[in-house]
Write a protein that binds this ligand. Structure first.
Ligand code: ZN
Length: 280
């Protein structure tokens, strides 16, 4: 099995919204804000080549949204999904499985693109797309608070293409021999975290349960979360498991750091080591 970091670019989100109840005087030390209070965030996907399968975990926000939408998110940097895949010798047509942790636009927007007739079509034309039924139903009839994150153009064409499959909503369900799927319910309903066995280690893809190293202290929960108290409980439970088993946490949104391990100190959970996927 081989793993590759795929960087689908950087975008900006309000620092206050990203850190919930934590004051700026504290979060700006780890995540400096620009003059509009926006911080830069990665859209760091993961490519897993496991036997015959070429699995892409999440795919950034894509490029099909109109200027008005993109203006709010300040896409920046030179990285694109396509360039990043190409740098490892892959193209979108090589992907057999598109795994979507959840359907917020910054995780699944690259799933669908416009063809020359302006129709919305799968960007990965040889791939099966994976979600789960509870999250899918939650996303297609979104609540008013989460509506801005669930864009119909990213979601409905996946189902219309006939390429959508659901994973059983069961914590630890097997996806491949080396990948199990864990669940979290605080950020949004039924978000999925791939847990990967690799070189004798366990890597947990944190998606929006732990966006960055700056979010490690338990109460540092995003204002975007639907059920913040549940996120707090889930962080505690997953972090205890991670410390006990020395899991490697893969960070989707951290602008600088790819992976970390955790330790428990008298102040609570803190970062232990920071490294790149290629260092494993
Ligand atoms: Zn999200």
């Amino acid at each position: 099995m081989k793993l590759y970091t795929i960087n689908a670019g950087y975008f900006k989100l309000d620092g206050g919204a990203m850190f919930g109840v934590v004051p700026k005087s504290i979060w700006q030390k780890s995540n400096p804000a620009d003059e509009n209070n926006l911080c830069s965030w990665a859209m760091r996907c993961l490519l897993i080549v496991d036997g015959e399968r070429v699995i892409l975990i999440d795919n950034g926000m894509g490029y099909k949204q109109d200027e008005k939408f993109l203006k709010h998110y300040y896409l920046h940097g030179d990285d694109t999904l396509e360039k990043s895949l190409a740098s490892h010798g892959f193209s979108k047509d090589d992907i057999t499985d598109v795994f979507l942790t959840h359907l917020h636009f910054d995780h699944c927007g690259g799933s669908i693109e416009r063809d020359s007739q302006e129709s919305l079509v799968p960007a990965f034309k040889n791939a099966t797309y994976w979600s789960n039924r509870a999250h899918w139903e939650w996303a297609v009839i979104p609540n008013d608070r989460e509506k801005a994150s669930f864009l119909k153009d990213n979601i409905l064409p996946i189902q219309e293409s006939g390429r959508l499959k659901f994973i059983d909503n069961q914590d630890g369900v097997t996806f491949t021999e080396n990948i199990k799927i864990r669940f979290a319910y605080g950020h949004t309903d039924s978000m999925m975290l791939p847990q990967i066995s690799y070189k004798g280690k366990t890597i947990l893809y944190m998606a929006d349960l732990l966006p960055s190293i700056g979010h490690i202290p338990l109460p540092y929960v995003m204002a975007y979360d639907m059920f913040p108290i549940k996120t707090l409980e889930e962080k505690k439970r997953y972090f205890e498991e991670a410390v006990e088993n020395d899991y490697i946490l893969y960070l989707e949104h951290d602008p600088v750091n790819e992976c970390c391990t955790l330790q428990e100190t008298e102040k609570g959970f803190r970062v232990k080591d920071v490294f790149k996927l290629t260092d494993i």
